[in-house]
Each structure stands twice: as structure tokens, then as C-alpha cells.
Design a protein around this ligand. Structure first.
Ligand code: FE2
Ligand code: FE2
Length: 253
């Protein structure tokens, strides 16, 4: 049994959907897949992708990304919290798991999240260009801090499972220093919308050995304070320098 990971598959792009469709129907039958969010804003495309992956892997574990909670293309009267509940129903219908999985050797813990500006305040340019600010709709009482708190409050367990190895995963970044030094000043304006320190607090409570995250699209493998952080985002078709565009095996029994 192996554990593979990929995130940010963005199947709205034909090249990405074609890659999913071309994955072997035989090679992964004993294996688990961690799918760390950003499949599509379209529920139809999300469902198609989850079915395709559930047919190929023994188990698929998944958390939605920000794109899944975009509401403009589906129904303008819906909030992103309503969309989240629709995503959960699709996961259940497709046999895709959103809760922790444990055995003696291995635990895998999905962690929901959002961004709450704990990595910095958004500048005017980010406020104008960031799609979520137009495409996600929240109840009036909720700012980004409340949204992030809402999602992380659903996460469990928040203590170390008894398994030999513990892998947690989220779509959003748990700490900003997983980003490499070479990121340009221009791209650093995105940092406020990359994640939340609340996730890092939970990862430290769980005492994960490995934490997988998505969202930045910048592939990464770095150990910080005893925890290995891995990003294996597939990314947009043009992102050939920062994304290796393959399944990554992160554990083997
Ligand atoms: Fe993404
Ligand atoms: Fe994302």
C-alpha cells in the first residue's frame, strides 16, 4: 500500500482533465490518494473528477479548496457555506472521504481551513485582483477570520493518533515560511490569502510527521521543526516551472 498526493488539479483546463483521465485504472488499486483541494468551481466537473479517482484508488481522501466554494457559476443566491455542504454531498455520493482514517501503522487527517490574513494584510492590488473576493459569498457576519475559524473548528482529532506515522493535509498553508526564498516581491502580494496560523496550531497538536498542503501551486518538500511539509500541486497548464505535474508517493507500507 502506498500513499500518493496531488492538489490543485483544476480540471477546468482540458490538459489537466486529460491527465486525470489518463491515470492507470490498474496501478493504484491498493493505494490511497490525498487530494488537497482545488479540483474545480463546477460541481459537475468536481463530481466527474472524484468518480474517476475513486475508481482508480482504494481510498481517496479530500478537502475542498477555495475554487470549490466559488458560487457565481452555479447560483448567485447561494453562499459559499451552502456550496461547501453541496461538495460534502458529492464526496459522499462518490465514496470520497473527508474524515480521518486510522490503522496501527498510519493515520491520515484532513484539515479544513481558509485564510485569515495571519500571514499579512492584503494590499489594494490584491483586493482588486483576487478572484475569491468576487466569487465567494459569505454570510454578512463573517469576515475572513470568522471563515477560517468556522472551518478549522470542524477538524478532528486534535491530538496525536496512536499510529506509527501521522500524515495531515490541508488545502491552505499552515505557515508562510514553507514558501521558498526565490518567490518574487511581485508574487508575495498573494501571501495574505495563502493560509492561516490556526492550521499550524492544529498540526502541532496532532504532532503530524508529514503535512501536505496545496493552494500556492509551488511544489515543495521542506522539514521545519521536525515536520515535513509537502506541496505537490499540479497547477495551471502554464505553471511548468513550479509544478512537476505528477502523482507523488509520500508513504509506502
Ligand atoms: Fe489552486
Ligand atoms: Fe487554492
Amino acid at each position: 500500500m502506498r500513499v500518493f498526493t496531488v492538489s490543485d488539479i483544476h480540471v477546468d483546463f482540458d490538459a489537466n482533465a486529460t491527465w486525470i483521465a489518463g491515470l492507470s485504472a490498474q496501478d493504484y488499486r491498493d493505494d490511497l490518494l490525498i487530494l488537497a483541494g482545488d479540483v474545480s468551481g463546477s460541481l459537475r466537473l468536481l463530481e466527474g473528477c472524484l468518480i474517476a479517482l475513486a475508481n482508480r484508488f482504494r481510498t481517496v481522501l479530500y478537502v475542498p479548496g477555495n475554487h470549490e466554494l466559488w458560487v457565481t457559476r452555479d447560483d448567485e443566491n447561494k453562499t459559499s457555506l451552502d456550496k461547501f455542504e453541496e461538495v460534502r454531498i458529492i464526496m459522499e455520493n462518490c465514496g470520497v472521504r473527508g474524515t480521518a482514517l486510522h490503522d496501527d501503522k498510519l493515520s491520515i487527517v484532513p484539515l479544513l481551513g481558509w485564510y485569515d490574513y495571519s500571514f499579512g494584510k492584503p494590499c489594494n492590488e490584491l483586493n482588486e485582483m483576487w478572484m475569491d473576493f468576487r466569487t465567494c459569498k459569505w454570510p454578512q457576519s463573517m469576515g475572513m477570520r470568522e471563515v477560517a475559524s468556522y472551518f478549522v473548528a470542524m477538524n478532528q482529532p486534535l491530538s496525536r493518533p496512536a499510529s506509527d506515522t501521522v500524515i495531515s493535509f490541508s488545502h491552505f498553508l499552515p505557515r508562510i515560511d514553507v514558501m521558498p526564498h526565490y518567490i518574487s516581491e511581485r508574487n508575495r502580494i498573494l501571501y495574505p490569502v495563502l493560509g492561516t496560523n490556526l492550521l499550524e496550531q492544529q498540526i502541532r497538536q496532532i504532532r503530524s510527521d508529514i503535512h501536505v498542503y496545496g493552494h500556492s501551486h509551488v511544489n515543495r518538500h521542506i522539514k521545519i521543526d521536525g515536520i515535513t511539509y509537502i506541496n505537490n500541486a499540479f497547477g495551471y497548464p502554464r505553471e511548468t516551472k513550479i509544478a512537476a505535474k505528477r502523482l507523488l508517493c509520500i508513504y509506502q507500507d
